[in-house]
Design a protein around this ligand. Structure first.
Ligand SMILES: Nc1ncnc2c1ncn2[C@@H]1O[C@H](COP(=O)(O)OP(=O)(O)O)[C@@H](O)[C@H]1O
Ligand SMILES: [Mg+2]
Length: 148
């Protein structure tokens, strides 16, 4: 998942919204860690206990990574308003865990990743990731870099 995040970073640019879904422990934060490495941003990507959004500035000239864990936010975009994600999005890559029904209105385009754990007791480290691109931004994106 970390390596997938590193590869996915190559596709991302300022203005991109990535939504991650999957049960607790699926690997959303692990993937975001790889994204942060791939984007070359400052600070370790962690699972925030109290912090809902954390900004990781670029160490180079790229966009900052805004990592949002919306688990504790119950409402819709209204609850998100204080985070000013709409203000930061044009200049940032925003990755949201648990954002379904909360952040879709931010933009017409988004990349959704659904992470599923493989079923079966011998393969519990295996993850299946389904990517869904929404909007024109993702219609022609070359996803082949993800295959390595
Ligand atoms: N293939 C894998 N991908 C991602 N995480 C894995 C994998 N195998 C084991 N893990 C473990 O599962 C946990 C995933 O946690 P985390 O990324 O915080 O999930 P989430 O943010 O979805 O709750 C980590 O402890 C990680 O080490
Ligand atoms: Mg997490």
């Amino acid at each position: 998942m970390r390596e997938l995040g590193r590869r996915l970073a190559k596709l991302l640019r300022a203005g991109d919204l990535v939504m991650l879904s999957g049960e607790l422990g699926a690997g959303k934060t692990t993937l975001t860690r790889g994204l942060g490495e791939g984007l070359g941003v400052r600070g370790a990507v962690t699972s925030p206990t109290f912090v809902i959004a954390r900004v990781h500035p670029s160490l180079g000239s790229g966009p900052p990574l805004v990592h949002v864990d919306a688990y504790r936010l119950s409402g819709g975009l209204d609850d998100m308003e204080d985070l000013d994600l709409d203000v930061s999005l044009p200049d940032s890559v925003i990755v949201v865990e648990w954002g379904e029904g909360k952040v879709e209105e931010l933009t017409d385009d988004r990349l959704q990743l659904r992470i599923d754990r493989a079923v079966g007791d011998t393969a519990d480290e295996v993850r299946h990731v389904t990517l869904t691109g929404v909007g024109t931004r993702w219609a022609e994106a070359d996803m082949s870099v993800l295959a390595g």
